[in-house]
Design a protein around this ligand. Structure first.
Ligand SMILES: Cc1cc2nc3c(=O)[nH]c(=O)nc-3n(C[C@H](O)[C@H](O)[C@H](O)COP(=O)(O)O)c2cc1C
Length: 331
């Protein structure tokens, strides 16, 4: 396939990928199968390590390596507990074990999906591992740039899962202006138009989560993918009922049951351990789309079919190329 130079951004060379399309890390859903297929198709596949034991993570890394020898990443939730509690300490211990596995396996890229990876940047670099971080505001962007981060993923409030309160269209150019490191745009982007828009905002690529749930390769019950296809742009809500931190979920009985009961929500990660985790398993894996926790972005309203992960990458690039041609012709 012919590749337009506008899509051949500097990040492609930096990460060793063909197309500037990154499949976002998603707990339970983005396992080795999905990540491997996206990387094989020329994008960047990302394993969402959330909920995995260290052994499970090692297994998923092997799965990617069996599918492709192309670069991929592991996404870890670095978020610090908001409470000193034995269960919260166990959570932190598992996160540290996930980090250790990623470092010893020398995964090509390590991504922090929540919180700060500052403490491990030096160690990762010494092993030849690039470090990227998802951010939702300028303070995090500046702090991480000073700490030596390689790439920032500016993910806006339209996105699925944990979100801040600044929209993608405002966050991305503000981050691009504030830092010198490459920036990837995420949150609410679901097609080739989103990629071209991201480039226009100064980003070098896109980070897409929700779009890749509606695929046969995602580790998601088919009811979840079908629910995303059926959800429109107004069908999601930001709530702390999943983890104690703000996250965007599909509106359903689970989110409705927590409305007016916000005072009962426990601090992160206890709410995740007691409520969001079990609800995630029943919704994402067992297909209970009413009582389960189903993270998804407003871009659900732009997703009209389930399709293969490699096809998504190809379609995004084809759409973006056609759009760039159209825009150039209209000047
Ligand atoms: C089902 C689901 C699970 C997610 N889990 C994680 C996670 O474990 N780690 C993380 O960094 N981000 C997680 N996110 C956020 C995504 O990485 C990404 O920032 C977001 O999906 C981008 O917005 P989009 O969904 O509109 O494409 C999750 C998102 C979804 C939809």
């Amino acid at each position: 396939m012919r590749k337009k130079s506008a899509l051949d951004t500097a990040i492609c060379q930096k990460l060793g990928i063909r197309y500037p399309v990154m499949q976002a890390g998603m707990g339970l859903v983005a396992t080795g199968q999905l990540a491997g297929e996206v990387s094989k198709a020329g994008g960047l596949g990302v394993i969402g390590a959330g909920y995995m034991t260290p052994d499970e993570l090692r297994q998923e890394i092997q799965t990617v390596r069996q599918i492709t020898d192309k670069p991929f990443a592991v996404d870890i939730l670095f978020g610090k507990p908001q409470v000193d509690h034995s269960e919260a300490n166990a959570y932190s211990k598992n996160i540290q074990a996930q980090i250790d596995v990623s470092l010893t396996e020398k995964v090509p890229i390590l991504i922090s999906g929540l919180g700060s990876p500052e403490a491990i940047i030096e160690d990762a670099h010494a092993r030849g591992i690039l470090v990227m971080s998802v951010i939702g505001n300028l303070r995090q962007a500046r702090t991480l740039e000073n700490a030596g981060i390689d790439v920032l993923i500016a993910s806006g409030s339209e996105g699925g899962g944990h979100v801040g309160n600044i929209s993608t269209v405002t966050l991305v150019p503000a981050v691009v202006d504030a830092v010198k490191v490459p920036v990837i745009a995420g949150g609410g982007l679901a097609d080739g138009r989103g990629l071209v828009a991201a480039l226009a905002l100064g980003a070098q690529g896109v980070w897409m989560g929700t779009r890749f749930i509606a695929t046969p390769e995602a580790n998601a019950h088919k009811n979840y993918g079908e629910k995303i296809v059926a959800t429109d742009i107004a069908g999601t809500i930001v709530t702390r009922c999943h983890s104690g931190k703000t996250a965007r979920l599909i509106k359903n009985q689970f989110t409705a049951a927590w409305e007016g009961r916000e005072h009962e929500i426990e601090p992160f990660p206890l709410q995740l351990q007691h409520v969001g985790g079990p609800a995630s398993r029943s919704g994402r894996l067992e297909g209970d789309v009413e009582r389960g926790s189903l993270p998804a972005g407003q871009g659900s309203g732009l997703i009209h079919s389930i399709k293969g992960a490699a096809q998504i990458v190809t379609d995004i690039i084809d759409e973006a190329e056609a759009l760039l041609d159209q825009l150039a012709g209209s000047q």
